[in-house]
Design a protein. Sequence first.
Lengths: 100, 678, 540
Amino acid sequence: MLTPTHVMIFSLVLFGVGVFGVLTRRNIIIVLMSLELILNAANLNFVAFSWAHPSIHGQVFALFVICVAAGEVAVGLAILITLFRNRNSVNIDEFHLMKG
Amino acid sequence: MLDLIWLIPLIPLTGVLINGFFGRRMPLKTVGVIACATVLIAFLLSVGAVVQLAGSEPNPDGLRIHELSLGDWMPLDAVSVPWEFSLDPLGSVLLLVVTGVGFLIHVYSIGYMAHEKDYARFFTYLNLFMGMMLTLVLAGNMMVMFVGWEGVGLCSYLLIGFYYDKPFDLRTGLTCADAGRKAFITNRIGDFAFLIGVLYLAINFGTLTFSEISERVAHAGPGAHGLLVGVGILLFLGACGKSAQIPLYVWLPDAMAGPTPVSALIHAATMVTAGVYMVARMSALYAQAPEAMAVIAAVGALTAIFAAIMGTAATDIKKVLAYSTVSQLGYMFAACGVGAYVAGIFHLMTHAFFKALLFLGAGSVIHGMNGEQDIRKMGGLKKKMPRTYWTFLVATLAIAGIPGLAGFFSKDEILWGAWSSGNKIVWLTLAAAAGVTAFYMFRLVYLTFWGTFRGGDEAESKVHESNSLMTVPLMVLAVLAAVGGWIGIPKLLTFGKDINLFHHWLAPAISLPHGDGHGVEASHSAGLEFGLMAVAVGIAVFGILLALHVYKSSTLPQKIADTLGPVYKLVRNLFWVDELYKFAILKPFYAACRGFRWVDIHVVDGLVNGTRNATLGLSYISNLHDRIVVDGLVNLTGWVTTWLHRMLSRVQTGMIQTYLSVMLLGVFILIAYYTLAG
Amino acid sequence: MNPFGDQLLNVITFVPLAGALVLLLLPKEKNELVARLATVFAGLGVLVSLPLWFAWQSAPTDGHGFRFVFESNWIPSIGAKYIVGVDGISMLLVLLTTIMGLIAILSSWTAIQTRVKGFYVFMLILQTGMIGVFVSLDMFLFYIFWEVMLVPMYFIIGIWGGKRKLYAAIKFFLYTLFGSVLMLLGIIALYFYHEKVTGMFTFDIRYLQAMGAWSGWFDLQCWIWLAFFLGFAIKVPMFPFHTWLPDAHVEAPTAGSVILAAVLLKMGTYGFVRFSLPMMPEATKHYLPYALTLCVIGIIYGAMVAMVQKDWKKLVAYSSVSHLGFCMIGIFALTADGITGGVLQMLNHGLATGALFLIVGLVYERRHTREISEYGGLWKVMPVFAVLFMIMMLSSIGMPGIPGNGFIGEFTILMGVFALPQKFWAVLAATGIVLGAAYMLWLYQRTMFGELSNEKNKNLKDLNFREIATLVPLVILSFWIGLYPKPFFNILAEPVNKLVAQVEQTWQYPDKVGKLAGDDVLVRLDELEEAMPEEGNEVH
């Protein structure tokens, strides 16, 4: 029997994978992808709770998040492309312009 | 005509404008003609005015006077000074002498200055002088007179310094410009006293108009006696400056730096007599101040003998004449001082004739000698310059007091005035001076015209008689010097018939002590007067003979000089008066000036700069305090902040993943905290 | 005759400022245009000031002897008003200012070659400031103009000056500022004291002058008098506050020196006439012996120091110290003649010394040195120059008749001083005319006479038309004042007599005075009420 608990466990795993990806990978593209994983983990939670407490709000939020994520990826990739053009690299360790 | 007397000074001034503005672009002849023409017109106007004055009705005092005012000049609170002009017998004598002799000298100058570059400038000055002198003569009050008084001083300054780029006296290193300045400054010292006298008059009598002063001082009362004596002496000091009397005579010998016609016009005939004129003008004041008159008589007599002695040792032809002028002016003052104003003015007139003639003759000699002025290098000019010689001789006889010539009458009248007023010492001094005068004048004639030429053959060949532009004025003046004295012939010589026109004309314009309007000839015996006259003539003849005897021999003058030794040296060096002034007055004065400059730089300005430096020093200390203490604290704050910043900024790695890790750590800690807490 | 009605003084004051604004709009490369336009505006300034002279007789007075008065509220909260008006004294000084301003600007056409635009702008601003000082009838306004004119002068010396220009400019600025700050204290003290007695805050000179008639504030008067004295004496300058003057004169460009000598110094003497004497007559009389002593020292000392100067401009500067001593001794004589002569002598000094500085400037432009020993025999190469120099020198040494203006002033002053019971003041002052002749003639001789020995002087050009045009008006004015000064005497008679009356009037009748505001201040009430304005600006 699939309960919201299972879904949440899955989402937790997904979140963990995403965070791990964001923190450990050096390739910005993979970092971005890992971010998507984190967002989708959140989406799963929204949908799971919407299912457990009959309410449409969670699903609406999930849709919003998907839209925002799409925009975020678009902007993120655009920045990434300019970065790549300037630095000829996608290695995140080389981008520490904000170092104090 | 009398209402136009104010025009008389203005006419030469138009000449100033014309020659001053356009003179440099006009032909020389035109310049000279314009200059002479203006003076001639002034002369003719003067004659007309005097004739009309003579025909006018005298006022109740028997005085013929014409006064006119052209309106306010200085309407002061204490005294209002209008542009006033007046003509009275006293002024008329001066007026005719100034314009007449002035005209002759103008004509002479055309010839004398013909080779000068600055021809127009010369005539501009000369015309300016005429304008100013006529202002002085025709002035109706003291301030208008002062305009002329200072104006002639200025012209004198300009004309003495006419050769402004030439040295004048090699012995003292004086340049012509120096001589002019010396004249001006010496005059200014006199004017200073004069001005103080004028202020006293103005404050106490509320007027500066001559006629009103005469009236008011006459009624001043005994309380004003001291004031009047003081004013009299102050005014006389002014006259001393202008008329070269002790102690202010030193400028006149140096004034010979000017061109010779200038010496004749300004420093013999006209300007230097202005002091005498002024004293005579103020006779009403002096009548109330006999003590001041005594001072005048004493100074005049002393100057007469003192200058005459200096004249015996001078070797410059013009300087001999200059000392002679100083001496003769002393005569005039002595005359005024003893109350013989008429005689003084009479002598002023005759002196103008013969002294102008002497100077012009000297100028002719200098001209003929091509600029040589040293009489030791002359001699025997009689044959080369006959016209100059004869006219010069007439003038010499006149000044020596040979009977029949102009100087005899005037000099004799002065001597008689001195004797009859009881001033026997003055008489004695003046008589002695007359002897000395005769001596140095014949010395001059002897050394210049007689004997043999001592200037070398080359110079001798160049000696020439001057042209007629110069000699004609000489002859006219010679006639005047010969017969000019006859209008003032004493009663004694006309067998008791009173035909002394001069005296009758002038006497009403003069006020004498004790209200005696008719001169000094109150009580005397004809025999005494005749005897004194004979004595005076005898002294003069003795002086002449002595001169002829001494200078006939070529060695005697030197022998006498050696015998006299220090006395000769004293006279030769002019009693060291110039040096005395230099060391007693000028040097200390300049030292004081330099001292004040030092004080100004180091003390007065030193205080200012000291304040500045003190402020700067204080500022420096404040600056240090500010930088170290005050700013130190501020900087410490800043330094601490920077240090903290350095530490904290380490956290900012710029690595986004680091941030995220930390954030996660935080989240876990928060979760753990809330979980454990509760 | 007066096309501007009661705006006349505003027009006169601000025409130069308008000119300065117009000049600011021009491109700065167009030097010639700037100079010409500045001259046009200065000429306009002269033109608009002429109605002062020609409409003088027909102009109504305001009851205090001032004419062409224009009044308007300005800062009501402190009682400061914008009031301008002139009496005979200030009218003549305004005319002197406009004329000398034009001449100074005209003389700068070739002398100023760097930062041309700035120079003329400053000159025009300076002009407004100086006129403002003379026309202000409100002390607050007066003080503002007084300080305003300091600034352009500072820059004129500091930028276009000679070698030690910065030293001179800063010295000039600080010294005068020091004086004027003390004066400001004096003004404020007067202001508050006036309020304390009458309850009215005002800076109106006409009301403050009425304080001269009050008794019972002698001690305060003395303090205020001293404060004013310092302010004005530095400006005049009187001995021993004169040392900024030679420095400023020597370093300033010709136009600056001309304005400095002709107008700026007159502001100090004007201050005494307008403020110290009428407002504090008791203190004036109290300090009179000291003030007269300083004047006499100034006359003799200035002349003697001038005697041994080697720098042409410095000599003229020290002669100013001497001449201004003459002006001041006339004013401090407190007699009608003395004050009239003092004011006349201000004009004469403006003309003569202004001209003498122009004259130095003319040769300086040619030879770039002021050392007297560098010159000599200039008459040969520059006869026109020599004659003009001669005339103005004679004016300076007080020659009567030629041109005679200096003499008129000196004689009038001496007459006024001689009316004092102590005759020695006049005698000492009169020595100044002997000394004056001595140093001036010596200067003239050393520069104009003698041999033309210096090679560099042999090719000097005589004056051109423009240069003659700068000097000739001064010569003509000098002759006018010298030969026919009556119009000037007539114009000065009214304000001078009023001033003498003010100085003499101090009330000594305690029975007629009342107590006010619980103070020991004694005032004549009826007199005060008359003096009160219809609508005083009381502060509540």
